[in-house]
Design a protein around this ligand. Structure first.
Ligand code: ZN
Ligand code: ZN
Length: 216
């Protein structure tokens, strides 16, 4: 791979400010050699060369996206066609995780999910709701007192999912690491968004190793 490209694929219901916030995530990976862009998911060219592009598009455009714990299946690649772009889908709908155990399906809302080396999807539904940002208030989004935190939440959540795409398959035990586990949205906002988090040294080296594999 000549370069590692990340594309933010967003639904039409996500605002430009929210897209810009998500783009700060791949910008954090610029040191690792990542380049990035963004496209509306319904743009005809948007899925060209994108890993799991159709699956991500289907989740982003669904009004009720649902995923299983195993997230994105590994794509069966065409023999001569390498899909070189990693995507983060950005949806304004709530994503739920379906876990079937003891014949009782439970649905758990998710901020996002990612599969190592495959892609990710992020929902801004809960973040908007948490900060009291309704669709009708989008005009004032920039001035909204909670908007800075909401946008930071999108950036941090997208960064966390990118960490999963680029080799950190599990969660980190370091309390200031962006790859820590969160229990739910409230926990995520309080421990990740209201405080200072970044990739710790060990997560950084995991990501570095993956980048070297991808680039050579
Ligand atoms: Zn995670
Ligand atoms: Zn870490």
């Amino acid at each position: 791979m000549r370069e590692v490209r990340v594309r933010v694929l967003h639904s039409p219901l996500v605002t430009p400010l929210e897209v810009q916030a998500a783009l700060k995530a791949p910008r954090r990976f610029a040191d690792f050699g990542v380049v990035y862009d963004h496209m509306p998911v319904d743009e005809p060219k948007a899925l060209v060369q994108v890993r799991n592009g159709r699956r991500i598009r289907d989740l982003v455009t669904s009004s009720n996206p649902e995923v299983y714990w195993n997230g994105l299946p590994g794509e069966i690649l065409g023999l001569f066609r390498r899909r070189e772009i990693f995507a983060i889908g950005l949806t304004a709908s709530r994503i739920t995780e379906r876990t079937d155990d003891d014949y009782t399906p439970r649905k758990k809302p998710l901020i996002g999910f990612a599969t190592d080396n495959e892609g990710a999807v992020l929902s801004i539904f809960g973040i908007r709701e948490y900060f009291g940002i309704a669709r009708g208030q989008m005009m004032e989004y920039r001035e909204h007192c909670a908007s800075a935190l909401a946008l930071r939440a999108i950036e941090i959540a997208a960064s966390h999912e990118l960490g999963h795409i680029f080799g950190q398959g599990s969660h980190c035990g370091q309390t200031t690491c962006i790859m820590q586990e969160n229990r739910d949205l409230k926990d995520f906002i309080e421990r990740f968004v209201m405080t200072s988090v970044d990739f710790c040294t060990s997560c950084r080296s995991i990501i570095n190793r993956r980048m070297n594999e991808l680039l050579h």
